[in-house]
Design a protein around this ligand. Structure first.
Ligand code: ZN
Length: 326
């Protein structure tokens, strides 16, 4: 029996094993950003889940996923995007709960590389009073570029109520921005607009990159402590499913190579960056020997080995009435 058929028996959406998905944390040395949470909120989320679910160590969740032994209330903790704030702020809380997590790492940043998505996020949270001021400045700058007409035309047909409808944490303004970033502008064109805003604000990419990502030292320590490190692509494309099969394979093969070299063993788990994947992505992951993969939401029909659902921490915070951080 394949893992996929085993996993399919778990049942429909609703009560089913899943991951809790965490991204940004704020606290000492790490500033607040859109949707970030502090150590206390993380602690309360774990407490809340422990009351109604079974919080499993990542290695246990993986073993049970492989053997078809996951119970409907089994959950695991997952961190995406190789962020140092997760290591600095969430790891001590996990230690107090005696829990070990999955850490899904995109590798381009581990050896000193830069990933612009995260740089841009930091820029907008540290240089603007709120997210709407950033969006206003972005569309203002964009309006003065040669892309103004294309964007105007694309936005005439844009429907915020149907775009990214499965992600209820996004406001209409968030969706409009993401639509322009991911579907109207080419990555390089978007980068051009952002670079001119960063320069105009008197900062730089190098300055914004400081202290953002983990390095190999943190990964080695997590691994030694029993956490599970998995793939999240090499350079974190926002829509990997739009890339040719060969490029998709390369994204994960390179990610696999870098992590294998650091950890001295091949990774066998992953999460899909921005929830983007297609049949070719899943094929590439199978070819690389990946046994367990996670989506970025609780939507979807069947649970397959490479598409375990995850509950977004922003959703959890909203649902259980913990104060939403800016
Ligand atoms: Zn990601």
């Amino acid at each position: 029996m394949t893992q996929q058929t085993r996993a399919n028996r778990i049942g429909p959406a609703g009560v089913m094993p899943h991951g809790l998905m965490f991204h940004h944390f704020h606290g000492p040395q790490h500033s607040k950003s859109q949707g970030s949470i502090d150590a206390e909120t993380f602690d309360r989320i774990l407490g809340h889940y422990a009351a109604s679910h079974v919080l499993l160590d990542a290695a246990d969740y993986l073993e049970r996923a492989r053997s078809g032994g996951l119970g409907s209330r089994d959950v695991c903790i997952t961190f995406d995007d190789s962020l140092l704030c997760q290591y600095d702020i969430a790891r001590p809380v996990l230690d107090r709960h005696g829990l070990r997590a999955f850490w899904f790492v995109y590798s381009s940043v581990i050896n000193g590389g830069i990933e612009s998505l995260e740089i841009h996020r930091r820029f907008r949270s540290e240089h603007f009073a709120d997210i709407d001021s950033f969006y206003a400045a972005f569309f203002d700058t964009l309006g003065k570029t040669r892309y103004a007409a294309i964007v105007d035309r694309a936005l005439q047909d844009f429907r915020a109520d149907t775009y990214l409808a499965e992600f209820s944490v996004y406001s209409d303004a968030d969706k409009r921005f993401r639509y322009v970033r991911d579907h109207v502008l080419q990555a390089q064109e978007f980068g051009e607009v952002m670079s001119s805003m960063i320069a105009a604000a008197g900062t730089s990419t190098a300055e914004l990159a400081r202290g953002l990502w983990m390095s190999r030292d943190e990964l080695l320590r997590l691994d030694a402590e029993g956490h599970v490190i998995g793939l999240h692509s090499h350079s974190h494309p926002t829509t990997i499913s739009r890339l040719p099969a060969e490029t998709q394979y390369h994204e994960y093969a390179e990610n696999h190579r870098v992590l294998s070299e650091i950890l001295g063993k091949p990774p066998c788990t992953m999460s899909h960056p921005c929830n983007s994947y297609d049949a070719r992505t899943l094929q590439a992951l199978k070819a690389l020997g990946i046994d367990l993969g996670f989506r970025s939401n609780m939507a979807g029909t069947a649970v397959t080995a490479l598409e375990h659902p995850r509950d977004d921490h922003a959703e959890i915070v909203r649902r259980i009435g913990l104060s939403r951080q800016p």
